[in-house]
Design a protein around this ligand. Structure first.
Ligand code: ZN
Length: 172
C-alpha cells in the first residue's frame, strides 16, 4: 500500500469520510480519534467511465467474434483483464482521494492492453519453442504429441506468470 496522502477514515458518529490527520469530523464535529483504520471502500466507487469501458469491450469483442471467432477470443483474452486492471487502479486512486480522469483510465487501459499482448506473445513463443524441442524427444504418435504439449504448456504458463507478476501491479 502507498499512502501519498492521508487515508480517509469514517467518522464513528456519522460515517462521513475524513482525512486521517484530522482531529474532528468535518461534517458533524465528532472526534475522530476512536476509529483507526482505512475507510471502507464504498459501493459506487466504480465510475461511469469504467462501466462505459466494460460495455465497449463487450461490444468490440462480440463484433470481432462475428467476423472471426479466434480474433474475438483473442481480443477478449487481452481486453477483459485490462478492463479489470483499469477498474482496480481507479478504485485504488479514489481510495487515495487522487484525481483519476477518463483520460487516465484510457491510458491505463491501452498500456494494459499492450502489456498483456506482449505477455501472451512471450508466453506463446516460450510454449512454441519448448514444443519444437520436445517433439524431437518423443515418438511421433498421438501419445507422444500429448506428452510434448503437456511438457511445453506449463513452460508457457510459467513465463506468463513470471511476466504478469512483474508487470501487473500498478505503480504510477
Ligand atoms: Zn461525523
Amino acid at each position: 500500500m502507498r499512502f501519498p496522502k492521508p487515508v480517509n477514515v469514517n467518522c464513528p458518529a456519522c460515517g462521513a469520510p475524513n482525512p486521517s490527520n484530522e482531529e474532528y469530523c468535518s461534517a458533524c464535529r465528532h472526534t475522530l480519534t476512536v476509529y483507526i483504520g482505512p475507510a471502507r471502500v464504498m459501493p459506487g466507487t466504480y465510475s461511469v467511465g469504467s462501466l462505459m469501458l466494460i460495455v465497449a469491450v463487450v461490444a468490440l469483442g462480440t463484433a470481432a467474434a462475428r467476423v472471426n471467432v479466434v480474433l474475438g477470443v483473442e481480443m477478449l483474452l487481452v481486453s477483459v483483464p485490462a478492463t479489470f486492471r483499469v477498474i482496480t487502479v481507479t478504485a485504488q486512486k479514489r481510495e487515495d482521494s487522487m484525481p483519476f480522469s477518463f483520460t487516465d483510465q484510457a491510458y491505463v487501459f491501452i498500456t494494459s492492453l499492450m502489456m498483456l499482448m506482449l505477455v501472451f506473445l512471450c508466453a506463446g513463443l516460450a510454449w512454441g519453442m519448448t514444443l519444437m524441442l520436445a517433439v524431437n524427444f518423443v515418438p511421433s504418435t498421438p501419445v507422444g504429441a500429448a506428452v510434448a504439449v503437456s511438457v511445453s504448456a506449463p513452460v508457457g504458463l510459467f513465463v506468463a506468470y513470471l511476466l504478469l507478476k512483474r508487470t501487473w501491479p500498478y505503480r504510477g
